[in-house]
Write a protein of this length. Sequence first.
Length: 326
Amino acid sequence: MRNGESKIMPFHRKNARVTPWLRFVLVLLWFSSWDFAEAQEEQRIVFDAFILQPAEWKLGPEMSMVQSANMLTIHAGNTDSGWVTPQYDMAFTPETLVDMEVKEVRDGRISAQVEWLQEGGEFLAAAPIFPPKGEAFSLMNQKLVELLPLTGEKPKRFRLKFWTEGKGCEAQFSRIFVHAPRLWRKENIRPLFSYEERVSLKADSGMEVRIQHGLLFARLRPLSESSSFVLKDIVPFDPQAALMLDIQTLDKGDIELHALCWDSRGQFLKELELLKEITQSGLYETAFTTFKFPPGTSKLSFKIWLLGKEASVRISGLHYGIAPPE
């Protein structure tokens, strides 16, 4: 048992085991409800500038930022050229898209670029997202794959950077947004349950957890080096299931995802480690076929561990899905 781990208590709920008959019904529903409109991939938020706190931005000399609920203002002081960038980088996939909207530019010009990075964050190259502009401007669904380095490098991650030209330049953004389809690696997965904004939580004493900007935000309390919280909602166990963890930001620590296994009577069986040593934001998926669940497992709940002093994380969602029989 880790330091600060909550004691697992048995619960009593109606048996939700996936019997062969229930699985047959689910598969029928899977085929009958899956049309082309529903097959359009759900978009996941990779980055939203408006959820960040001021301390989560890096500013060049003489640069400042002011943020409100619907406007982000970048201001250059006594400098001809200045920059700002979020402290977080992001995982790149070929489907990644960028939206930006500049509402107003005063006393200069503003531009944006993508900085391409290796897996460990090492800089590879930079490419303009839009050139210097001195007026209102919007960009929707810009494909980052079109901005890849011409050198043939294959970056794994990226970050955004904004540049000002002109002393006293001020640029107001109403949108800085990166998104991509939520795609399962395992084929034919039909989402069954998502732990998202309205999730029911129970945190250990060393952890602070809350819903913030539609995301699950967790951070360790002072003096705590590891702690966890439980997603209390129960899902039926299926050996063909897969689980997807969507992390938007992760700072100063790493994440583990565990399954809490219960039998049909609500008795706890085992805590099983599914994902570990996650140190970067991104989309992480694991298939249940790679694990040995204890005999009698009928239902699952999930626990997330945060490790590392002062660590914090923003989680967009945890998604549970099943595949039809092969």
